[in-house]
Design a protein around this ligand. Structure first.
Ligand code: GNR
Ligand code: NI
Length: 172
């Protein structure tokens, strides 16, 4: 069990397209466990390997409600194989853009193919928050942040707020 540091934007690793995993071996399975620990420690509902500085195609998600038991899903090489034409807005946040939120419009439902923690191929169909979260995490693997879906104006406002927030944090 290990809680890792999360990179804050702008950081070059967050803008880099991550490399596919060759096989989910013991190293990747351990990485997935550490990412689950890190996600829970940060109160996140998802985490992508680039956020902890590793440019590999690994994500974890868990959208369970507070009164439900944890339900972490570990995914390597996740790929959207189907997306609904129906789109829905969702207020998104990101652990790499702390405390700043904006509405992003994405497909309402998706089907994702991936390798699980035992290197077994699987598919998951999701809608609602899980669909949003999976798309947000897969974006991270392609160097895309939720602010990249916003207008230049809104993105600029958020990135300036983030800069200011980070300056104040380091000078405190
Ligand atoms: O914790 C998170 N919450 C969240 C809320 C709405 C849409 C997406 C997310 S993912 C985010 C964690 C994160 O930054 N994952 O990359
Ligand atoms: Ni994120």
């Amino acid at each position: 069990m290990a809680v890792l540091d999360i990179l804050i934007a702008p950081h070059p690793v967050l803008k880099t397209k991550a490399k596919p995993v060759e096989k989910v071996d013991a190293r990747i399975a351990k990485l997935m466990d550490d990412m689950v620990d890190t996600m829970y420690a940060a109160n996140g509902i998802g985490l992508a390997a680039p956020q902890i500085g590793l440019s590999e195609r690994v994500i974890v998600v868990d959208v369970h409600e507070k009164d439900e038991k944890p339900n972490p899903i570990r995914l390597a090489n996740p790929e959207i194989v189907w997306a609904s034409e129906d789109r829905a807005p969702c207020e998104e946040g990101c652990l790499s853009i702390p405390e700043l939120y904006a509405e992003v419009v994405r497909p309402k439902a998706v089907r994702v193919r991936y390798l699980d923690e035992k290197n077994q191929p699987r598919e998951i169909e999701a809608d609602g928050m899980l669909a949003t979260c999976l798309q947000h995490e897969i974006d991270h693997l392609d160097g895309v942040l939720f602010v990249d879906h916003l207008s230049t104006l809104k993105r600029g406002m958020i990135m300036r707020k983030l800069q200011k927030q980070q300056r104040q944090k380091t000078s405190a």
